[in-house]
Design a protein around this ligand. Structure first.
Ligand code: C5P
Length: 407
């Protein structure tokens, strides 16, 4: 009964996946929550109000003038007073647009707009094109800037028969995010955590550089999750388009692998935990041309490269007793063998491996599919989930297996 004494407003938008919301409603009620379902008019074409009424034992509303709590109560305000959290699952493209625009044309949107202090969790579900449409992504960013938390849709079989992004997150993942929101874990309180993230840029001349497809999303999610759990977080980031993650204490933006190494080594001794998530270039031009290299027409034109420093390997060499080192391994083949090899060679406590050829995993996606390897015990493969959920799963593992024995 993890949600005993908690009240959840459950908004249901129009999507074929609304039936999964009935399962979510049931799970939340079984865990002791008082659940108030609010179903949009269009969602009623997919699911019945009676289902949610039966599962929650509470009145169900749709229109803004409905009197869910009797004529003496202004329902959209009363919902807000009662709610500890507002969860919208599934959220359609249209619902996101209405929320981003501040519309109040039904009970759900009115509750969200009328109660700005409440945490709002949004789990979108829709056709891939609708999800990827710039308008939808714009609305999503607008809502994120307002502090609403998105539970990333997964990649999977959609109603129209194709496989793509837009599938509602599994109810179990949504329950987990609700739990995190209502009872934030502070299990990294007092710990110093350094995270590296993003790509590096190795200059060829003043105009060109060598880089890779890393977006920084995974590392930023790890940094943000650690800060939410109470850690003092230092983020050393290569060039990305991402804003500074919420709650982190220090952030350093660097360019090359050498810059990253310098920023990391200057701070590594003070850290309890270091997570190397950056996709550091393995080679850099041996010399950077001072002027732009001109087209010479030379058929054999080549750039001489020199290996960069392996930051993580060096951290492994310098590791002091009790310090925890976590690495990443983005692979396209032989994942298990490569991950195990790096775990040992770099003296790591945990390595997070992913097959970047899988849809929904790897670079510049919002989701990831990873396997966690430790020196002892069996590897653990996590299902596809948002990078933030992966980050929390990694921190759970660190707490269960690595921090506890050191305490
Ligand atoms: O050996 P490989 O580059 O595949 O190892 C990946 C891991 O090592 C990642 O955690 C990455 O951040 C780290 N690494 C590093 N410095 C490098 C290369 C990789 O810290 N020069």
């Amino acid at each position: 009964m993890i949600f005993k004494g908690k009240t959840i407003v459950l908004g249901v938008g129009a999507s074929i996946s609304a039936y999964k919301s009935a399962d979510l409603c049931s799970k939340l009620a079984q865990e002791g929550a008082t659940v108030y379902p609010i179903i949009t008019e269009s969602a009623l074409k997919f699911v019945g109000a009676a289902t949610f009424w039966g599962l929650s034992g509470q009145p169900v509303s749709t229109g803004v003038f409905e009197e869910a709590f009797g004529p003496s109560e202004i329902a959209h305000l009363r919902y807000g007073e009662l709610a500890d959290v507002i969860v919208i699952a599934p959220a359609s493209a249209d619902l996101l647009a209405r929320l981003a625009g501040g519309f109040c044309d039904d009970m759900l949107s009115a509750v969200v707009v009328a109660n700005p202090g409440k945490p709002v969790l949004i789990a979108p579900a829709m056709n891939t094109h609708m999800w990827q449409n710039p308008a939808t992504q714009w609305n999503r960013r607008t809502l994120e800037r307002r502090g609403y938390i998105f539970i990333e849709p997964g990649v999977g079989r959609l109603a129209e028969g194709i496989v793509g992004a837009g599938r509602l997150a599994e109810p179990a993942e949504i329950v987990e995010v609700i739990r995190e929101t209502l009872f934030p874990r502070r299990d990294l309180e007092g710990k110093r955590v350094l995270v590296t993230a993003g790509p590096t840029r190795e200059a060829i001349d003043p105009v060109r550089y060598i880089t890779n497809r890393s977006s920084g999303k995974m590392g930023y999610a790890i940094a943000e999750a650690a800060a939410a759990r109470g850690a003092y977080v230092t983020l050393v980031s290569g060039p990305t388009h991402l804003p500074q993650p919420a709650g982190i204490a220090e952030m350093y933006r660097v360019g090359s692998a050498a810059n990253m190494a310098e920023a990391v080594f200057a701070r590594s001794d003070a850290q309890d935990i270091i997570v190397a998530c950056a996709a550091v270039a393995d080679y850099a031009p041996t010399a950077t041309a001072l002027q732009k290299i001109k087209k010479s027409g030379d058929a054999d034109f080549a750039i001489a490269l020199t290996p960069t420093i392996d930051i993580l390997k060096e951290l492994g060499r310098r590791k002091r007793p009790g310090q925890i080192l976590i690495g990443f391994a983005a692979e396209t083949e032989n994942i298990a063998a490569n991950a195990e090899k790096k775990l040992h060679e770099k003296n790591l406590d945990l390595i997070v491996a992913n097959d970047i050829t899988k849809e929904g995993a790897g670079f510049d996606t919002d989701t990831n599919i990873v396997t966690l390897y430790q020196k002892q015990g069996e590897p653990v493969t996590l299902p596809i989930m948002s990078k933030r959920a992966v980050a929390d799963a990694i921190w759970n593992k660190v707490n269960e297996n690595l921090l506890m024995p050191n305490r």
